[in-house]
Design a protein around this ligand. Structure first.
Ligand code: NAD
Ligand code: MG
Length: 288
């Protein structure tokens, strides 16, 4: 999909998918940067693990990183295999190495296994990119299920700590961690009570980890997207009635595309960001 400039008449078609949603079934297709991203070896030879890499923001990050010369292990849920195979084909066509490791980050033991598989494949981890996330809209706190709360916090917050804990041993001096928070961390929507809290926790944890890991030479930063056109939004993350006008309330007047978020992750992983830690970059179309 081409990036729209201000177009007051544009509306996304109404659509809904069950969680976690497939990018291949979205209309219009999000822009993952596969036909547009021009790399210049900014991540040459870096060994990278990316979660949530089959679709949306994580997929655009994977494609950008491959274009910048990184070798990748990609995680996603088993139900998303077809999206992940699309990403594999794109990355292999760029001549880069990629390994797919599906699995559920809500399972503590799988987090350990994912790091083990990554190190078997890549030997070490220069960049740990945590993009996976769960978001389900709910307008009434009296109807939020305990299951949804536990799954949202486990996916978004616990797995961050589990993965960092397991990966540290394999992360050399000079490596970096990038987490994904949200505009919701600072400006929570009324219908994202549990999700918004996890994003605030991620941002806070990122800054604390940055202080703790600085002495090991590991930088820790985050990216805070605003409204981005991804499966998460059409698979219950957004209220159905908000889909057509999704992103219209930003100063830029439109939703962002995943390809427009990837550059922030590239920068934070690159050696150009060697003096940057404990930072969150907003990619929000102007929302403050
Ligand atoms: P997405 O649906 O494409 O990506 C989310 C991914 O999370 C899924 O593809 C899935 O692979 C992964 N995931 C979810 N639960 C998992 C689990 N239990 N185990 C393993 N993987 C799991 O949507 P996206 O919008 O690209 O989301 C990526 C990140 O961006 C999320 O952390 C989300 O909170 C964040 N974010 C998105 C927006 C937005 O507007 N799209 C805004 C702010 C933040
Ligand atoms: Mg997905």
């Amino acid at each position: 999909m081409t990036k729209m400039q201000h177009d007051d008449d544009f509306k996304f078609p109404t659509q809904h998918q069950p969680e976690p949603g497939l990018q291949s079934k979205m209309s219009p297709q999000p822009d993952d940067g596969s036909t547009t991203y021009a790399g210049c070896n900014r991540l040459r030879g870096k060994k990278v693990l990316i979660t949530g890499a089959d679709s949306g923001i994580g997929r655009a990050v994977a494609i950008a990183y491959a274009n910048e010369g990184a070798d990748l292990v990609l995680n996603y849920l088993p139900e998303e295999e077809s999206d992940a195979q699309d990403v594999r084909r794109i990355i292999e066509s760029l001549g880069r190495k990629v390994e797919l490791v599906p699995g559920d980050l809500k399972d503590e033991a799988f987090n350990t296994e994912l790091v083990k598989q990554t190190v078997l494949s890549l030997g070490k981890i220069d960049t740990l990119v945590l993009v996976a996330g769960k978001q389900q809209a709910n307008t009434d706190i009296t109807t939020i299920s305990t299951g949804q709360m536990i799954d949202t916090y486990t996916t978004n917050v616990f797995s961050l700590i589990w993965l960092v804990r397991e990966a540290l041993e394999y992360m050399p001096n000079g490596s970096s961690i990038i987490t994904t928070n949200s505009i919701q961390a600072e400006d929570p929507s009324a219908y994202l009570i549990d999700y918004a809290g996890t994003k605030a926790a991620i941002k806070n944890t990122t800054f604390g980890l940055a202080k703790q890991l600085a002495q090991r030479g590991i930088r820790v930063n985050s990216v805070a997207p605003g409204p981005i056109w991804t499966p998460l939004q059409v698979a219950g993350g957004q209220l159905a009635e908000n889909i057509p006008t999704f992103g219209k309330d930003t100063p830029l007047g439109r939703a962002g595309q995943p390809s427009e978020v990837a550059g922030a992750y590239v920068f934070l992983a690159s050696d150009e960001a060697s003096y940057i830690t404990a930072t969150s970059i907003n990619v929000t179309g102007g929302l403050i």
